[in-house]
Design a protein around this ligand. Structure first.
Ligand code: THU
Length: 132
């Protein structure tokens, strides 16, 4: 699919810009919104390790900064033998802007290897309605 190919290309390009001097593990993420726009992010580590940010957070921040609030697809790419999947916190962050159709695509440097609806990776998200 053309749009997913583009999502993979954008995430892969962004992965190269990751700032990961502590783990040496570059991650790229790209979000496709229903309007057809793409937002990217890469992990940003810090000498104070817990201050590091994951690639998904960066892509979500870019989406919000542009005034969009809905994730249709999100792709995460890393150069790893074991396909990487967003951690629990990352999934909760994605869930905030997801619906039942939101897809999470896991990729290595060759391309997308697995795709899941978010409910498959985070079946019971914290979902109390606390919005004011
Ligand atoms: N990382 C991400 O950016 N996204 C993920 O889904 C998994 C892990 C980053 C965090 C850290 O900078 C590095 O990968 C190693 O854990």
């Amino acid at each position: 699919m053309v749009m997913l190919d583009t999502l993979f290309e954008k995430a892969s390009e962004t992965r190269k810009n990751a700032y990961a001097p502590y783990s040496s593990f570059n991650v790229g993420a790209a979000i496709l919104t229903p309007s057809g726009h793409i937002y990217v992010g890469a992990n940003v580590e810090n000498v104070s390790y817990p201050c590091g940010m994951c690639a998904e957070s960066g892509a979500i921040s870019a989406m919000i900064a542009a005034g969009e609030y809905q994730i249709a697809d999100i792709l995460i790419v890393a150069d790893s033998k074991n396909l990487i999947s967003p951690c629990g916190a990352g999934l909760q962050r994605i869930a905030e802007f997801a619906d039942d159709h939101t897809m999470i695509h896991l990729a290595d440097l060759e391309g997308i290897k697995q795709s899941y609806p978010i409910a498959k990776l985070l079946p019971v998200a914290f979902a109390e309605d606390l919005k004011k």
